[in-house]
Design a protein around this ligand. Structure first.
Ligand code: NAP
Length: 331
């Protein structure tokens, strides 16, 4: 852990503006996915009255997930938005305050606690402790046409856009759990879904593989990468290359759904928190970052598990640690 000087605020942190419009909080949670909402629940139950700066997408990635089948306690598939609503209600019941449609634009953690945080609505805050749960964003292919046709046939969210592809033919890129899960979801709308994977073996788990292989609407294009996304006003084809034979061809399609993993949303913390070479915030097993009093949880720091249930666990751990940390520093 860092040897940064620790100076706890002597100003009362009862959410009062602390002069010049700066609001002083005991705990600020940055982000509102499963990790953030759980950290809010735990710190709220510890009577710390946390403020959650939710970002522009309350609930994060699960809010855009059609169904969640592997979150314990819910034997029937649960809508992603439904789970977000339940988590918000539970955290609010114990006093968490959730600031929606607002994102953190800048932080200054370098002088220790209280930490300084700015938001994109012009707000400025001090926080005795911070929990960073900013999550991750779908990775892009970075091929010609991808950016130009995003929203016009290029999508990273089947739940959001699948409906527009009723009776159309689409391709899905990727071979992991997300690609297969979203491909299965797309079969509700599309007449045909072809999964383009750069290898001849899927990374996805066995259960999803079985369901995808057994689905008559789903086909596979193996050992193949997308080189270009083409169209006029919207996507009408993709240029593909077989990585083994070198063959290049154009495949007509109405849409392309890209699920090739995620990148953590941690650019904001460059020079403030230690990150690994992929950009994930480095924490110890007690969710501590290299800055004393700043904790991180969920997909911003976890590049291995990335489940709702693991993010919830990490958020709970961060909440517990913040409570102990504040208690240990006289709060
Ligand atoms: P992932 O497991 O990292 O899989 C990414 C896939 O995209 C891989 O098949 C990879 O190919 C391919 N890929 C990566 N970069 C590519 C590129 N530039 N061009 C073409 N293909 C590329 O990501 P994910 O599917 O989003 O899953 C992330 C995590 O969430 C995993 O831990 C997963 O288990 C979890 N998850 C779980 C569920 C569930 O349990 N129901 C659902 C969704 C996600 P290679 O295989 O060749 O590397």
């Amino acid at each position: 852990m860092s040897g940064l000087n620790f100076t706890l605020s002597t100003t009362p942190s009862n959410n009062e503006p602390s002069g010049e419009g700066v609001q002083h909080e005991r705990v600020i949670v940055i982000g509102s996915g499963p990790a953030g909402l759980t950290a809010a629940l735990y710190t709220a139950r510890a009577t710390l009255n946390p403020l959650v700066i939710a970002g522009h997408e309350l609930g994060g990635q699960i809010a855009l997930t059609h169904e969640i089948e592997n979150y314990p306690g819910f034997p029937e598939p649960l809508g992603g938005q439904e789970l977000v609503d339940l988590m918000v209600a539970q955290a609010e019941r114990f006093g968490a305050r959730i600031k929606t449609f607002t994102a953190v634009s800048k932080v200054d953690f370098r002088n220790g606690s209280p930490f300084r945080i700015w938001t994109d609505d012009g707000g400025e805050y001090l926080a005795d402790a911070v929990i960073v749960t900013v999550g991750a964003t779908p990775r892009h292919l970075n091929v010609p046409g991808e950016e130009a046709f995003t929203g016009n046939g290029v999508s990273y969210c089947a739940t959001c856009d699948g409906y527009f592809f009723r009776d159309k033919e689409v391709v899905v890129v990727g071979g992991g759990d997300s690609a297969l899960e979203e491909a299965l979801f797309l079969t509700r709308f599309a007449s045909k879904v072809e999964i383009i994977h750069r290898r001849d073996q899927l990374r996805a788990g066995a259960a999803l593989q079985k369901r995808a292989r057994e689905n008559e609407k789903i086909g596979f294009i193996w050992d193949t990468v997308v080189e270009e996304i083409m169209g006029d006003r919207a996507v009408n084809a993709v240029r593909l290359r077989n990585v083994k034979t070198g063959e290049v061809w154009e495949k007509p399609t109405d849409g392309i759904f890209i699920f090739i993993g995620h990148s953590p949303n941690t650019d904001l913390f460059e020079g403030q928190l230690e990150r690994d070479s992929f950009g994930y915030i480095i924490t110890d097993h007690e969710m501590r970052t290299n800055v004393d009093g700043v904790f991180a949880a969920g997909e911003a720091q976890d590049r291995i598990f990335r489940q709702v249930s693991t993010s919830v666990g990490q958020g709970a751990a961060a909440g517990i640690m913040v409570e102990r940390w504040l208690a240990g520093h006289g709060e």
